[in-house]
Design a binder for this molecule. Structure first.
Ligand code: 3H9
Length: 695
């Protein structure tokens, strides 16, 4: 088991946190740090102590996997480690590099002095895990850097660089040279100069207007973080730092930490954290496959998708060759790229030089031969099998023989597209989500013939673009859109059965979805759903659809882009307004079908739509399209606006208990079209065995 090491540099003791990969504070690690602190104190030859991290981090915080187990409660708890440093009679200096987060930063706050290497990421990210800093961070950070900056860091969880935070008073020195040498020299200087043992606990919180600051933060958390218990409690703890004596504030913080760590929201958020990291562990992929080195990437098709992909690539510093047979489309794309980066400059997210650098990375051409220098070619033309196959036939003539070829289809058969290439082994699907430069999800579709190098290239691209790449197999709609079809099927049926579209959207938004299904489809384009329904009803005549969405489309109501869909839109506005005309079309369709309507509750709406997702997820898992349930959760958390604090559809089903899920699905079987929710075989089996999707 990895623990801290104790070394002597003359009269300075150096305690090295050494628990790879991020020196997390497991119980064994905590115990060894405290033991070394005590040993240093007892050794009369030692005048000062340096705490430093081995490898790529000072410390990434508490060992998250210990939460909700006895090890998390076993003493010394992280707070006591910080107290052990703080109460030492010799100066303790924390030396931070690369990463100092959560309990790691809280330990540093317990030290008397802090030095840091430039570029270290400093954060209290606990709120993102549904908890608060529980080792004194909410009480010491405002004493170190002031109430406002501490409130921002603790409620956002976002990192700051060591240089950015240094002027606020967190660091006594930024060490540009060797950190260990610099920290030991600093420690010796503190001892030589007889500098006081600075204890943050003895100081008061800095800042003015704190009462107003806290009131404003409390209102903002209630507005922006509905459903998340932790942000508001972070504000409460900050208030305690201001209003209570230190020890009482610490007790308050601990109480809230223990409450929050037990909440279903925190468990779900922690599931999301590990689920995202698990996506990089791909079964049946040679771990030595690194993928192609990526310098230049060609994008074929300069529409909305192609342009968004080009922006994402250039943002990551890649050279981009954007091609389209239509010169006017290329001109429009260039203008769009320019507008996007200009607006980033206006909003202060990018400087003018950054914009110029990105534009310089973009080459546009109407000649497909220009893809010749690309390491990776991404086809992003119209979503039609014939068109895509025709493009792949032509790519062969121009692309380098070793270039990886990707299709950005959202649902088509990647194997059939690959078959149009002379070398299907180097073909894969890269399903970007719109807008491609904003959305974090990338579905990486592994075709039957896709080789490891090509798949590894897709994974490396996702990392380079700072996206979450989820590998999946070939099927209609892959993971996300295949499940979405079942979700929408229920949403549309619920309207036929008597719910208004507004009631359906409202129920799902109240449950936590970023956007209800009808507002979402109005944004994406009702015509896209229409085309998919036409295709799928040929392939799957057994899966019925509600009829009214087709009637809307026949009336030319394609959503925001035509000014009307399920809702109507004022010119230039995205606000969905109730539309009597849409309601008339729906009512006519329902009457013609002779459907008897009933009152549908919000709970029924949520249950049918959300359980439809998990049920289809079970089929996807059973067929091996997804490697693990958590990959499915990640797709929904990062690409479909599923509430993060509910952990994803599979996690949610696990939380309900799979036997209960089967019962609820069967309970809906009596309702009109409820039989479309027949429980998947894997779901039934796991329910009988008392197991979960997420193991
Ligand atoms: C806390 O501190 C509570 C205290 O206030 C109070 C306590 C009482 N624990 O992200 P990566 C693993 S709560 C366990 O791919 P990167 C991670 O799962 C904690 N494991 O690397 C992965 O494992 P694997 C507050 C952890 O370089 C591996 O390390 N701290 C922890 O892109 C590499 O991770 C946080 O919330 C952990 N604390 O990013 C920080 N951290 O290889 C959470 C990482 O098996 N961590 N792992 O998949 C991060 O934000 C990033 O991991 C970090 C490194 C920036 C550190």
């Amino acid at each position: 088991m990895s623990t801290a090491r104790l070394d002597y540099h003359g009269d300075v003791a150096v305690i090295t946190l050494d628990n790879p990969p991020v020196n997390a504070l497991s119980h064994a690690h905590r115990t060894s740090i405290v033991a070394h602190l005590r040993a240093a104190e007892a050794d009369a030859t030692i005048r000062a102590v340096v705490l430093i991290g081995a490898g790529d981090a000072f410390c990434g915080g508490a060992e998250i996997r210990e939460f909700n187990t006895p090890a998390a409660l076993a003493e010394p708890i992280t707070r006591q480690v910080a107290e052990a440093a703080e109460s030492l009679k010799k100066p303790v200096i924390a030396a931070l590099h690369k990463v100092a987060m959560g309990g790691g930063l809280e330990l540093a706050l317990g030290c008397h002095y802090r030095v840091a290497a430039p570029g270290a990421a400093i954060a209290l990210p606990e709120v993102k895990l549904g908890i608060l800093p529980g080792a004194g961070g909410t009480q010491r950070l405002p004493r170190a850097i002031g109430a406002k900056a501490a409130l921002d860091m603790i409620t956002s969880g976002d990192p700051m660089t060591s240089q950015a935070i240094a002027p606020l008073g967190l660091f006594d020195q930024i060490i540009e040279t060797d950190l260990l040498e610099g920290a030991v020299a600093f420690a010796r200087h503190v001892a030589d100069a007889g500098m006081p043992l600075r204890r943050l606990r003895d100081e008061s919180v800095k800042g003015t207007g704190i009462v107003e600051l806290i009131a404003e933060a409390r209102a903002r958390m209630a507005r922006d973080w509905r459903g998340y218990p932790a942000p508001a409690r972070c504000v409460d703890a900050l208030e305690a730092a201001v209003t209570l004596p230190f020890d009482e504030g610490i007790r308050f913080e601990r109480k809230i930490f223990l409450e929050l760590v037990e909440t279903p929201e925190s468990r779900a958020l922690r599931h999301g954290f590990f689920a995202e990291r698990a996506t990089s562990k791909v079964p049946r992929l040679d771990p030595s496959a690194r993928g192609h080195r990526l310098n230049a990437v060609a994008v074929i098709g300069a529409g909305t998708m192609g342009s968004g992909i080009a922006i994402a690539l250039a943002n990551a510093g890649l050279q981009v060759v954007l091609t389209d047979a239509d010169g006017a489309a290329l001109a429009r794309a260039r203008a769009y790229l320019d507008r996007t980066w200009s607006s980033a400059v206006e909003r202060g997210r990018l400087d003018a030089a950054g914009k110029d650098r990105r534009l310089a990375l973009i080459e546009t051409s109407t000649d497909l031969a220009s893809i010749a220098r690309a390491d990776l070619v991404i086809e992003a033309v119209y979503e039609d099998m014939t068109v895509k196959r025709a493009v792949f036939e032509r790519i062969d003539a121009h692309a380098r023989p070793d270039a990886v070829l990707a299709t950005n289809t959202s649902s088509l058969d990647v194997d059939a597209i690959a078959a149009a290439s002379s070398n299907p082994a180097r073909v894969l699907g890269l399903h970007f989500f719109s807008p491609a430069h904003v959305m974090r999800l990338l579905e990486i579709v592994r075709g039957r013939a896709t080789d490891d190098q090509s798949l590894a290239t897709g994974l490396a691209l996702a990392r380079r673009l700072r996206k979450v790449g989820v590998v999946c197999g070939v099927c209609d709609g892959f993971i996300g859109n295949r499940m979405l079809e079942e979700y929408l099927r229920q949403a549309y049926f619920l309207v036929e059965e008597g719910a208004s579209p507004q009631a359906v959207d409202q129920a799902l938004e109240d449950w936590g979805f970023a956007m209800g299904p009808f507002r979402m489809m109005d944004m994406a384009g009702q015509d896209i759903g229409w085309a998919i329904r036409k295709r799928l009803s040929i392939d799957h005549p057994d899966k019925p659809y509600a009829q009214w969405p087709d009637r809307l489309c026949e009336a030319g109501r394609f959503g925001q882009k035509t000014g009307s869909g399920v809702y109507r839109y004022e010119p230039g506005s995205r606000q969905a307004l109730r539309d009597p005309e849409a309601e008339r079309i729906i009512a006519d369709s329902v009457r013609l079908q002779g459907i008897e309507q009933r009152s549908v509750s919000a709970a029924d709406i949520v249950e049918r739509c959300v359980l439809a997702l998990a049920n289809e997820g079970a089929r996807i898992l059973e067929e091996g399209i997804a490697a693990r349930a958590s990959d499915i959760d990640v797709v929904y958390l990062t690409g479909y606006g599923f509430p993060r604090y509910r952990g994803g559809p599979m996690w949610h089903a696990d939380t309900l208990g799979l036997a209960a899920v089967v019962d609820r699905l069967q309970a809906h079987a009596g309702e009109r079209m409820g039989q479309t929710l027949s429980p998947a075989p894997l779901l039934r089996q796991l329910a009988v065995e008392g197991r979960r999707f997420n193991t």
